[in-house]
Design a protein around this ligand. Structure first.
Ligand SMILES: Nc1ncnc2c1ncn2[C@@H]1O[C@H](COP(=O)(O)OP(=O)(O)O)[C@@H](O)[C@H]1O
Ligand code: SF4
Ligand SMILES: [Mg+2]
Length: 338
């Protein structure tokens, strides 16, 4: 797959709450290559959007530390003007809420036209219009010439999301970030949009980051998967390894919630609890230990590092071999899974 399009090293994104800064993304490192789809999964509040926004430089008030190399160039703290040049051209983003990404007062055609024009003002209006109609056709809009003249409120949620995707790919970006692109849509439309993204994955040869909480989608679309918990990557592996040999207790717990996964269902339990808020996040010791009160936390490494257990398979947990899920149904409190 060649050189990475994106290389993130030790990224830390902190938000100011009252007088202190709290890291929502804490020491995240990852790479994305051309033609590769990296899925990022994790419960709500884990820091997935904060990570996506940091890459795109969309945080206005957060403190972003670390390095974000896009095609070898560090963009972590470049000027807003230079970032604007990259965004919409070499980097595209699809948000969950398509309506907020569109201008309610402008017809669809003009909105896509503007994105093409900003980055290529040599193309004649007539050629741009043709390009916009082609793009609308490519994302599955049935009557592209008609939709060109429609306003966002005249379209359904699914159609609007197709338009947002057309905008994101209008300038053939080399990196595409989709942050829960189907969460706001109903199930039938969700699967149509995911089919479209799958097709685009073959077509556009970009590196893609897909943020989703749907592990079924991950299994179908991802090449590699990063699992996030409380601002950190707790496991990262190729999709096959992650589903066949999940090691971190949090990953195993997430996989347990997928019907028909290959993991033996009866031996796993979804771990109850919620992701702590930024201010209440434990910064000392393993962040996951509060969710497994049945295990004596002294048995767990203080601050587990992400380490490579097999080539390309990283886990932030040193005692996964001794970890067990309580087998409540069998009354066996000490059932070892692996
Ligand atoms: N602008 C902000 N100011 C303060 N806290 C924020 C801000 N944006 C996100 N957070 C907090 O950062 C954490 C991660 O949020 P987010 O990245 O949106 O999670 P996810 O996308 O995984 O659901 C959450 O605790 C959230 O409340
Ligand atoms: S280090 Fe211990 S507490 Fe942390 S995830 Fe691993 S088993 Fe759980
Ligand atoms: Mg989010």
């Amino acid at each position: 797959m060649g050189n990475p399009i994106l290389e993130i090293e030790n990224l830390r994104t902190s938000f100011r709450i009252k007088d202190n800064y709290y890291a929502a993304v804490d020491d995240v490192s990852l790479t994305v290559k051309k033609n590769e789809l990296l899925a990022i999964v994790g419960e709500s509040g884990c820091g997935k959007s904060a990570l996506a926004f940091s890459i795109m430089g969309l945080h206005s008030k957060a403190n972003v530390e670390g390095n974000i190399y896009f095609k070898g160039r560090d963009i972590a703290n470049i000027s807003p003007a230079k970032l604007n040049e990259l965004r919409g051209k070499e980097m595209g983003m699809i948000f969950q809420d398509s309506l907020s990404a569109l201008n309610p007062l402008m017809i669809i055609g003009d909105q896509i036209d503007e994105i093409i024009y900003i980055h290529n003002n040599k193309l004649a209006k007539k050629d741009r219009k043709e390009k916009v109609i082609d793009l609308l056709d490519k994302v599955g809009i049935l009557h592209p010439a008609f939709t060109y003249n429609q306003f966002p409120h005249e379209l359904s949620g699914g159609m609007r999301q197709r338009v947002v995707i057309a905008m994101a790919i209008a300038n053939e970006p080399e990196l595409l970030i989709a942050d829960e692109p189907t969460t706001a849509l109903d199930v039938t439309i969700q699967s149509q949009i995911l089919d479209l993204l799958k097709k685009l994955k073959e077509d556009i040869h970009a590196g893609i980051i897909l943020i989703t909480h749907d592990l079924g989608v991950v299994a179908e679309m991802a090449d590699r998967v990063a699992v996030m918990y409380a601002g950190q990557i707790v496991e990262i592996a190729d999709v096959y390894t992650l589903f066949e040999n999940p090691l971190h207790p949090y990953t195993r717990s997430l996989l347990n919630s997928v019907p028909n996964s290959n993991v033996v269902q009866s031996e796993l339990h979804v771990i109850e609890g919620i992701v702590p808020s930024l201010q209440n996040l434990p910064r000392e010791g393993c962040r996951f230990s509060p969710r497994i009160p049945w295990v004596d936390s002294s048995a767990h490494e203080k601050n587990p590092e992400l380490h490579e257990v097999n080539p390309g398979h990283f886990v932030r947990c040193t005692c996964y071999r001794n970890f067990y899920f309580p087998e409540k149904s069998k009354g066996d409190q000490h059932h070892v899974v692996s």
